[in-house]
Unconditional design. Structure first.
Length: 452
C-alpha cells in the first residue's frame, strides 16, 4: 500500500487534505526540511542586524526562532498552505538602520510601530480594503521601494563586514585587501552566489557556516580571530527577557508625523510581500483555483498580520511568509504539514543559540548581498526606457542608498511620480493613496527640516 493511500482515512489526511493534494506525510516532512534549509539563515542574519539597534543578540536569536515557530504553526493549521513564516529581511534593516540609527527612534518605540502596523495589516486582511490597496499603489512605486531596500541591504552588509569603508575624498571606498577580514568577505562574495546558482540545498546557511568556520583561522581586530569560540554548542533555550513586551507605544503616539512614512512602508512591504509570496508559492504548488484565486488567502494574510503583532511582543521586527517556501514546494510540499515541519526544526535550533551568537559579519554579509540582489529582480517587471517608470524607481533606489535613508528615497520617488504625471496631464493615474502619501512626505520634510 502506498503512503498516500495509507493516510487516506487518517486524521492527518482529513485535516490537511493530503490525498486530495497528491501528497503524503513523508513528502511533507522532506518539503519542510528543504524549506528550513533555504531560510535558516534568518536565525543568524536577523539577530546580527537587529543587535546593531542596541538589542541583546542572544535574546534576538530566541525571539527570531519563536516568531518563526508561531507564524509557521499558524500558517499550517489555519491556512493549510505550504508557506513558512519568519522575521522579514528588509524590514529588519529598515528597523535598525533607518528607524533606530538614522532617525534616533528607541528600539522599544520601533517595536511598537511594527506591532501597530501589524494591527493595521490585520484590518486590511479581514476587509475589502486589501483589494483596494493592492490596486491603488502603482507598480512603479512598489518596485522602487523594493529596489531601494534591496540596495540598502547590500550596502549595509558590505559596510558591516568592513568591505566598504568611509573615505575623506570619495566618501566611500573598498576596504584594504591587505586586511584578512576583508579578504574573507571577498571570498564569501564569490562563494555564495556560486552555491546559489548551482542550486545547492541551503546555500545561504551553508555559506554562513563555512565562512564562520574559516573565521576561526582568520586574524581579526587586535589579537582575536574573526570568529570567537562559543560559550557552548548546546544550551537550554533562554527566555528573551530583555526584549519581551518591551514595546513603547507612548513614543509612537507622540511622534506621529515623523513615524508615519515608516508606518506606510511597513504596511506596504508586508502587504505586497505576502501577496507576491502567496501568488508565487501557490502557483508553483498548483493550488490556485480555476478563477486564479488563492485558497484560504484571508487566513494566510491574517496569519502574517497576527505574526507581525506577536513578533514585536517577543522582540523582533515584521514577520512574514517566505518566498523560500518555493523550495519546499519543489520537494513536494502541498499542505500545512510543510510549515509545521519548519516550525519543529526552528524549535530544535533554539538549543543551538550560543552558536548563532558568535557568527561574524564577514559570514553574514555575502548572504545579505544575495538577498539584496533578489529584491532587485522586480526591476525586470517594468519598462525602464519609460521615464515615467525609470525616474521614480532610480531616485528611490539611489537616494535611499546614498543618503542611507529609505524615507528620503521613498519621498523623492513618490513626489517625482506625482510631478511627472501632472506635467503630462495624467492626473487620473495619481490615485488617492499616492496623493495621501505625497502629502505625508511633504509634511515629513517640513518636520525633519525644523528638527535639524
Amino acid at each position: 500500500m502506498s503512503e498516500v493511500a495509507a493516510v487516506a482515512s487518517g486524521p492527518l489526511d482529513r485535516f490537511f487534505r493530503l490525498r486530495e493534494r497528491g501528497s503524503s506525510v513523508g513528502r511533507e516532512l522532506v518539503a519542510g526540511a528543504t524549506t528550513f534549509a533555504a531560510m535558516a539563515y534568518i536565525i543568524a542574519v536577523n539577530p546580527a542586524i537587529m543587535s546593531a539597534a542596541g538589542m541583546d543578540r542572544g535574546d534576538l536569536v530566541i525571539a527570531t526562532a519563536l516568531a518563526a515557530i508561531l507564524g509557521s504553526v499558524m500558517m499550517g493549521l489555519l491556512a493549510n498552505l505550504p508557506l513558512a513564516v519568519a522575521p522579514a529581511m528588509g524590514s529588519n534593516v529598515v528597523f535598525t538602520f533607518v528607524l533606530v540609527k538614522q532617525m534616533g527612534v528607541p528600539w522599544q518605540g520601533a517595536l511598537a510601530m511594527v506591532a501597530f502596523t501589524g494591527a493595521v495589516f490585520l484590518i486590511l486582511s479581514l476587509s475589502r480594503l486589501r483589494e483596494r490597496v493592492a490596486r491603488d499603489v502603482p507598480e512603479t512605486l512598489k518596485i522602487g521601494i523594493q529596489a531601494g531596500v534591496g540596495t540598502l541591504i547590500v550596502f549595509i552588509g558590505l559596510r558591516s563586514a568592513g568591505f566598504v569603508v568611509a573615505n575623506r575624498s570619495t566618501y566611500i571606498a573598498m576596504g584594504s585587501l591587505a586586511s584578512p577580514p576583508v579578504l574573507l568577505t571577498l571570498f564569501g562574495l564569490l562563494l555564495t552566489p556560486v552555491l546559489v546558482v548551482r542550486k545547492v540545498p541551503g546555500a545561504l546557511i551553508l555559506s554562513i557556516a563555512t565562512l564562520t568556520l574559516i573565521g576561526f583561522l582568520v586574524p581579526g581586530a587586535g589579537a582575536r580571530m574573526v570568529t570567537t569560540a562559543p560559550s557552548a554548542v548546546l544550551s537550554m533555550p533562554r527566555f528573551p527577557s530583555s526584549t519581551f513586551l518591551a514595546l513603547d507605544f507612548r513614543y509612537l503616539f507622540t511622534h506621529v508625523f515623523i513615524v508615519l512614512p515608516i508606518l506606510f512602508y511597513f504596511v506596504c512591504a508586508e502587504f505586497f510581500s505576502t501577496l507576491g509570496t502567496l501568488i508565487g508559492v501557490t502557483g508553483a504548488a498548483d493550488l490556485r483555483r480555476q478563477d486564479g484565486s488563492i485558497p484560504n488567502a484571508t487566513a494566510a494574510f491574517a496569519t502574517d498580520a497576527t505574526s507581525s503583532i506577536v513578533g514585536p511582543l517577543l522582540g523582533t521586527s515584521v514577520v512574514t511568509a517566505y518566498i523560500e517556501s518555493v523550495t519546499g514546494v519543489q520537494a513536494g510540499g502541498r499542505t500545512g504539514l510543510t510549515p509545521l515541519t519548519v516550525a519543529g526544526l526552528f524549535g530544535l535550533s533554539l538549543f543551538f543559540w550560543p552558536v548563532f551568537v558568535i557568527i561574524p559579519p564577514q559570514a553574514t554579509a555575502p548572504a545579505l548581498v544575495l538577498v539584496g540582489v533578489l529584491m532587485l529582480q522586480g526591476l525586470a517587471r517594468t519598462d525602464m526606457t519609460d521615464l515615467l517608470n525609470a525616474v521614480p524607481i532610480v531616485l528611490t533606489l539611489l537616494v535611499t542608498v546614498l543618503t542611507n535613508n529609505l524615507i528620503n528615497g521613498m519621498a523623492l520617488g513618490t513626489l517625482s511620480f506625482i510631478a511627472l504625471h501632472l506635467a503630462l496631464g495624467r492626473r487620473g493615474a495619481i490615485t488617492g493613496v499616492v496623493w495621501a502619501l505625497g502629502a505625508v512626505f511633504v509634511g515629513y520634510f517640513y518636520v525633519a527640516a525644523r528638527l535639524m
